[in-house]
Design a protein around this ligand. Structure first.
Ligand code: ZN
Length: 214
C-alpha cells in the first residue's frame, strides 16, 4: 500500500488522496486522475488495480488520485455534493456561469474543495503529462501539446483521437492544465460497453507506457 502525500476532506467528509510512486532517480512526472465525475467509476477501478502491480522498477514518477470526487461517486452522480460539475469549475480565462444544471460549474470558479486540491497540486508541481480518466465517449481527447501522446494512446487502446470534444467546456481541467499551462493533458474517455476486464486489458498498457516508457 502506498502512502498518500497529500489529502483533502470533501464536504461529506470523504477523503481525496494523492499517491506518489517513484524511484529516487526518476525521469518524468505523470499525474493520473480518476473519477472527476462521480458516475464514471472506471478510472478508480483501473488505478486501484494498477497500484497492485509490481512498480519497483518504475522509470517515471507517478502521482495518482484514484478518486477526485468521492461524494459524487457514492451517489453515482456526475457532480460533487454541492451539485457542481468539477470539470467546469476551474479558473480559466473562458470561465463562465453555466445555467444548465448538468454542467453547472458553480457561482464562481475554484469554489470547490476538489478543484482547489487540483489547483494546489499544479501550483506545486508541473507534471510532464496528465491523464484524466473519464467515460463514456470512447475517445482520446487532448489539450495542450499532447497530440503525439494522444496518438500513442489511441494506438494502444484503439480509441480514436479527438482534439475537440465537440462542445464548449469553459472552466474544464483540460483548459486549465493543457491550454493555459501547456501541460500535455489527455482526457481519456473510456467506452461504456466494455467490461472492467476488457477495460483493464486495453488500458493497463496505457498506464504502463506512462510509467515505464514515456
Ligand atoms: Zn467525465
Amino acid at each position: 500500500m502506498y502512502k498518500a502525500i497529500k489529502t483533502a476532506k470533501t464536504k461529506l467528509n470523504n477523503k481525496i488522496e494523492l499517491f506518489e510512486i517513484k524511484n529516487s532517480n526518476y525521469d518524468k512526472t505523470v499525474l493520473i486522475i480518476g473519477v472527476f465525475h462521480g458516475e464514471e467509476p472506471q478510472g478508480e477501478y483501473l488505478i486501484n488495480k494498477y497500484l497492485k502491480e509490481d512498480l519497483s522498477e518504475i522509470k517515471n514518477r507517478l502521482l495518482i488520485i484514484p478518486c477526485l470526487n468521492p461524494d459524487g461517486k457514492n451517489v453515482n452522480k456526475r457532480q460533487n455534493a454541492n451539485g457542481i460539475d468539477l470539470n467546469r469549475n476551474f479558473p480559466t480565462k473562458n470561465w463562465e456561469k453555466i445555467e444548465n444544471p448538468e454542467y453547472f460549474g458553480g457561482e464562481k470558479p475554484a469554489s470547490e474543495i476538489e478543484t482547489q486540491f487540483m489547483i494546489d497540486i499544479l501550483s506545486e508541481i508541473k507534471p510532464d503529462a496528465i491523464l484524466s480518466i473519464h467515460a463514456p465517449f470512447k475517445v482520446v481527447n487532448y489539450d495542450g501539446p499532447a497530440k503525439t501522446l494522444a496518438e500513442k494512446i489511441s494506438k494502444i487502446t484503439g480509441y480514436p483521437v479527438q482534439a475537440d470534444i465537440g462542445y464548449p467546456t469553459p472552466g474544464s481541467f483540460g483548459n486549465y492544465a493543457g491550454v493555459e499551462r501547456q501541460i500535455p493533458t489527455i482526457t481519456l474517455e473510456l467506452p461504456e460497453n466494455e467490461t472492467n476486464e476488457e477495460l483493464w486489458l486495453k488500458n493497463k498498457p496505457v498506464i504502463n507506457y506512462l510509467a515505464f516508457e514515456y
